[in-house]
Design a protein. Structure first.
Length: 133
């Protein structure tokens, strides 16, 4: 029998036009990832198959348990099949950038681009090349 844990981790999800904005902070467990997935999946579905971008802002205290990483990776892979074509990751932590870039966000492809930024303004400028922000 598995123990059920309380959710740990904070996030805000919003969509404006064809850009989804995620603000993520604190340590995440599996339960936090599952809560986040429910909200994020609905916003992706609201894009109705259009190509869209995503701005992910991660604080330096963010990290996740291995089972949370797996859920977040599945969400990202699914979002790409639903139209996610550009993801800008904002963090000034090299460790967080490495974890997200290798464990959660798949490699770039013909239909998907990703880039890590230290400044939100630069990330928004990159996203706005394809999607009005």
């Amino acid at each position: 029998m598995f123990a059920r844990f309380a959710s740990h981790g904070d996030y805000q999800v919003d969509a404006k036009g064809l850009v989804i904005t995620l603000n993520v902070s604190g340590p995440w467990n599996h339960e936090a990832a599952l809560e986040f997935l429910q909200e994020a999946e609905q916003i992706v579905l609201d894009m109705q198959g259009q190509r869209f971008g995503c701005l992910v802002s991660l604080d330096n205290q963010w990290f996740a348990t291995p089972d949370a990483y797996r859920e977040l990776r599945k969400l990202t892979e699914w979002a790409i099949t639903q139209g996610l074509s550009r993801e800008a990751i904002v963090t000034d932590s090299a460790l967080v950038a490495e974890l997200v870039g290798n464990w959660i966000v798949p490699a770039q492809s013909e239909t998907f681009e990703k880039q890590v930024f230290k400044q939100k303004e630069l990330a928004l400028a990159w996203l706005s090349e394809k999607f009005p922000v």
